[in-house]
Write a protein that binds this ligand. Structure first.
Ligand code: SAM
Ligand code: SF4
Ligand code: SF4
Length: 308
């Protein structure tokens, strides 16, 4: 049997509060009780993880990280435990910039500003966001001390917002955002498949050609990809604000495999269910957990979009 290796990639949610209800995000279906993780619990999480060789971490989940009132302390504590780890955070920019945000930049290595469309389409896919709030935020970002934090734009692409990509490219130039990252929208639920989600599947040939010709380099993802390529089952982990561990961030509505506060991590990572999921991936015979994996579903689309 193949065991889980030490964790090198961790996706950790410290709040599930959010001020938006984005059309492509399954937060509304998953999040029941709102919670900010206390600093005491966060310390416990870091103590539990401290012997894992974490190289990269994302401090986010199904919530807006900067709504955590102590998010800069959350980031600082993470870096105190893992000074060499590369820390990534994403934000929806729909709040007034404050010291919590500014101080966090001392510890974050890469910050994604989530912008997926221009004016009307931005507001359409990220209700109840306001374009004017985003612009105010970007204006403030211009003069903020970035420390060593790289700031980029993360754009979730669907069939309706492709047309706005060039305008956001311009916005990135205007506000000195280093890169425009294009992510083809995924479906983060266990029982749903992308083919049931009209506006994110069903690209026309013209759209595929347009993306390939103009934005091949900006499109993120790996293709070809199959279950045996999945790093999550071998070296990754996803944690919710309650401390529940899940196998990956691609299947956020699944039942958890254990709780970090209650059980030893090694026991959770090598539990019966986790082993079955890992074995399914390794043998390319996906378990129910992985049947509708978006990485797999997107692989043929990405193969067309990414120039080899
Ligand atoms: C879940 S959000 C959490 C952080 C923050 N609330 C935000 O929106 O930036 C993390 C990143 O995932 C992206 N995202 C959300 N739903 C997605 C989906 N279905 N497919 C691909 N990316 C998605 C968001 O745009 C954001 O950049
Ligand atoms: S994508 Fe981010 S901002 Fe939008 S609902 Fe999900 S967690 Fe909230
Ligand atoms: S759904 Fe399964 S195959 Fe897909 S990323 Fe998650 S663990 Fe890996």
């Amino acid at each position: 049997m193949i065991m889980h290796q030490p964790i090198s990639y961790a996706y950790l949610e410290t709040t599930n509060y959010c001020n938006l209800s984005c059309t492509f995000c399954n937060r509304d279906e998953v999040v029941k009780k709102l919670k900010h993780m206390s600093l005491m619990d966060w310390e416990l999480v870091l103590e539990k993880l401290k012997n894992q060789p974490i190289k990269e971490a994302k401090l986010m989940g199904l919530g807006e990280p900067f709504l955590h009132p102590k998010f800069s302390t959350i980031c600082k504590m993470f870096k105190d435990y893992f000074p060499k780890a590369f820390l990534i955070v994403a934000t929806n920019c729909q709040y007034k910039m404050n010291d919590n945000f500014k101080d966090s930049l001392k510890y974050i290595d890469l910050l994604y500003l989530s912008i997926d469309g221009y004016k009307e389409s931005y507001e359409k896919f990220r209700p109840p966001s306001k374009w004017s709030k985003l612009i105010n935020f970007l204006e403030e970002i211009k003069s903020v001390e970035r420390h060593n934090c790289r700031i980029t734009c993360n754009y979730v692409v669907n069939t309706e917002n492709i047309i706005d990509i060039s305008k956001i490219e311009q916005l990135c130039d205007d506000y000195k955002l280093e890169e425009l990252r294009l992510n083809i929208a995924q479906d983060w639920s266990e029982d749903k498949s992308l083919s049931n989600t009209d506006h994110i599947s069903g690209y026309s040939l013209e759209q595929i050609e347009y993306l390939k010709e103009n934005y091949s380099k900006n499109i993120k993802g790996k293709a070809p990809w199959t279950w045996s390529d999945c790093f999550w089952v071998k070296t990754g982990i996803y944690m919710t604000v309650e401390g529940n561990l899940k196998v990956c961030a691609l299947n956020t509505d699944t039942v958890s495999i254990g709780n970090i506060f209650k059980d030893p991590i090694d026991k959770i990572l090598n539990s019966k269910r986790m082993n079955e999921i890992r074995e399914g991936c390794t043998k390319n015979i996906p378990s129910k957990h992985c049947e509708n994996c978006s990485y797999k579903e997107l692989s043929p689309i990405l193969e067309k979009l990414i120039k080899q």
